[in-house]
Design a protein around this ligand. Structure first.
Ligand code: OXD
Ligand code: MN
Length: 653
């Protein structure tokens, strides 16, 4: 079959990238994405005609669509995600590795003819506001119109990017295919992808700065600006260039005295970053605004402060659990122009999911496309057959919306968006916003206190390196619910060796123009439970009580309890104003405060032992699958080992 003509591009490198893959993938047609609303909606409508999208009721949800993925393609595939650096040791013990030459040969075979019968879209995209000095650019080639319209929401796409790149501007080249060529006359399926997990590849080549993805259409695997570029490739660029690419939300907090604070927070996937980023503070007089909910790029300023931008343009949020109680601003963000994936379709052309705080329709269509019905004894649940009880549904493990079902919503819909910060501006200058505090956290039912302040930058890096969390449905895994170490919430996203990453964090202090201006570091845990499984802290809007304490610490207005693990609040210093929600689940029970703010010495001894074991593992292996002890290993920095030893010694006394 003859190759279609490669379109002309002013930028020779863009032409070369498109031309190379045109010859290999053999698409039927090539479309260069302009990034206009008309084009976006025309692609969505084309997908409706092909049965790949369902258009939602335009009155209830203007310009909104529902997609249902293949059952094999519902989350990130960490087991098929590779960092292909030249040397295995540079991928490090948290990453799967393959030799880049071998991987390229293997994947080129898979890509050969893979777009037959399909359109190749060329998506020029910006990670960050176009023209901002922190922003970076990419070109993603894909045969998935679902990817195009999601990229339109999640990044700034189209002709403006090409214009900005000019004749020789640089970009991160990305290639993506669903890996499902069509024979002549063959009808397409609703969600094309490679069905077998071993045929999917999410591959980063950090030294070439290239991303090759094959076989999956799921967001984190296929929207290559997000995890692959803004975290894996960017983390390597950041290390080489002295900045940071982190799995962090960014928010702006304004106190009743009108003082502004900027806070970032790194929590693992599906642990409430979107909820915290858009939270409605319970504390009177406090205002919170959103800059980003997933990724922060931070650059050191000449004044020693770290300045952050959100490289994204939308929210790829977890649907179940998002409700008017937990996150009304997220629900408002998906009122228009949103793509829903794997949620329930209601008979009136709207969507529904578990824990949406909205009664289930009498019947609907579940994420697999099968009918589902309201539960007999709980109007907020759905089951696969009429009249089923909550217990029966739970025992079957049935959910009507997939646990990792998502909404892709434009950031501009968010009612509390900090527009200037989102546009990378601070005091009218394109610097990004200066960060006052950085939070780490995770889902930890025991041991970890509500909030713990690091005693120094190095201690903060230690706290981040020691982060752990229960595994969630955001990844295809047989370990869901078990605690795994997830340093800085970056475990699935390091673009290089985790030990070097720790060292890079330490270097940010050593190389700072004024290290006293670096953000203060905190470890938070909203997820502590009693022995009988009840949450001890309401979370959501009540987290403003913790943020206030953090601001007071920054201002030097409140003392802390200096313990072996870090500085904890005295219970009396957690402001309990406005603690009168009629629903006890959304009220702080003061009887738990003491437990939430006391060091569980025995629990911490075990914690320290497991952190030590994770360090030993990081020291020992060149990559995740290797059984060979590396002779030239990259080691966990001595400074972090020293903190571990110090905390351990103090716990013994
Ligand atoms: C995400 C993730 O989608 O972390 O943001 O998995
Ligand atoms: Mn994430």
């Amino acid at each position: 079959m003859a190759t279609v003509k490669t379109p002309k591009f002013a930028n020779g490198k863009v032409f070369a990238w498109v031309d190379k893959w045109n010859r290999i993938c053999k698409p039927e047609k090539i479309v260069v994405v302009k990034g206009t609303k008309e084009e976006h909606l025309a692609i969505c409508e084309m997908m409706v005609k092909k049965g790949q999208f369902i258009k939602l009721d335009p009155k209830k949800r203007p310009d909104c669509y529902l997609a249902r993925s293949h059952e094999s393609d519902v989350a990130r595939v960490e087991g098929r995600t590779f960092i292909c650096s030249k040397n295995e040791i540079d991928a490090g013990p948290t990453n799967h590795w393959m030799d880049p030459v071998e991987m390229k040969a293997k994947m080129t075979k898979a890509y050969t003819g893979c777009m037959k019968g399909r359109t190749m879209y060329v998506i020029p995209f910006a990670m960050g506001p176009i023209g901002n000095p922190i922003t970076q650019y990419g070109i993603e080639l894909t045969d998935s119109p679902y990817v195009v319209v999601n990229m339109n929401i999640m990044t700034r796409t189209g002709s403006d990017v090409l214009k900005h790149l000019g004749k020789d501007g640089s970009f991160v080249p990305c290639i993506h295919s669903v890996g499902a060529p069509l024979k002549k006359g063959q009808k397409d399926v609703a969600w094309p992808c490679a069905k077998r997990i071993e045929d999917k590849y999410i591959t980063q080549f950090p030294e070439d700065g290239e991303i090759w993805s094959f076989g999956s259409g799921y967001g984190g695997n296929a929207l290559l600006g997000k995890k692959c570029f803004a975290l894996r490739i960017a983390s390597k660029l950041a290390k080489d260039q002295g900045w940071m690419a982190e799995h962090m939300l960014i928010l702006t907090l304004t106190s009743p005295e009108k003082k502004q604070y900027h806070v970032t927070a790194a929590f693992p996937s599906a642990c409430g970053k979107t909820n915290l980023a858009m939270m409605l503070p319970k504390l009177p007089g406090w205002k919170l605004q959103t800059i980003g909910d997933d990724i922060a790029w931070l650059k050191p300023g000449a004044d020693g402060r770290l300045y952050a931008i959100n490289p994204e343009n939308g929210f790829f949020g977890v649907a179940p659990g998002t409700s008017n109680d937990s996150n009304p601003n997220a629900l408002k963000s998906c009122k228009k122009g949103t793509i829903f994936t794997n949620v329930v379709l209601t008979p009136d052309g709207d969507i529904w999911w578990e824990d949406m705080g909205i009664k289930a329709p009498k019947e609907g269509v579940d994420w697999k496309g099968n009918k589902c019905y309201v539960c007999a004894d709980d109007p907020y649940r759905m089951g696969p057959k009429p009249g089923m009880t909550k217990k029966e549904i739970k025992e079957m493990g049935y959910v009507a919306a997939h646990k990792n079902s998502r909404f892709t919503a434009p950031a501009e819909n968010c009612p509390v968006l900090d527009k200037a910060g989102f546009n990378g501006l601070y005091n009218g200058k394109p610097t990004g916003v200066p960060i006052d505090a950085m939070l780490f956290g995770g889902r930890r039912p025991s041991t970890i206190p509500l909030v713990n302040e690091a005693k120094s930058w190095t201690h903060g890096v230690f706290l981040g390196s020691a982060a752990g969390s229960e595994v969630t449905a955001a990844v295809i895994s047989d370990q869901i619910g078990q605690v795994r170490r997830d340093p800085m919430a970056m475990l699935p996203f390091f673009g290089y060796n985790v030990c070097d990453y720790f060292q890079h964090w330490l270097e940010m202090e050593r190389t700072s123009a004024d290290a006293s201006k670096l953000p203060r570091i905190y470890f938070v845990n909203w997820f502590r439970k009693t022995a009988d499984g009840k949450f001890m802290w309401p979370g959501f809007g009540d987290n403003s009580r913790v943020l206030k304490w953090i601001c007071q610490r920054i201002e030097g207005k409140v003392k802390a309890n200096e313990t072996p693990i870090g500085n904890l609040p005295f219970p009396k210093d957690i402001d309990l104003a406005n603690n009168d929600d009629p629903n006890p689940n959304f009220r702080v029970d003061p009887k738990y405060l003491k437990d939430l703010l006391t060091v569980d010495v025995e629990g911490w001894k075990k914690e320290i032992a497991t952190v030590g074991a994770s360090y030993d593992e990081y020291d020992a292996k060149p990559s995740k699958d290797s059984n060979v002890r590396s002779t030239t290993a990259h080691r966990v920095p001595k400074a972090l080992r020293q903190v571990l030893a110090d905390v351990s010694a103090k716990l013994e006394n």
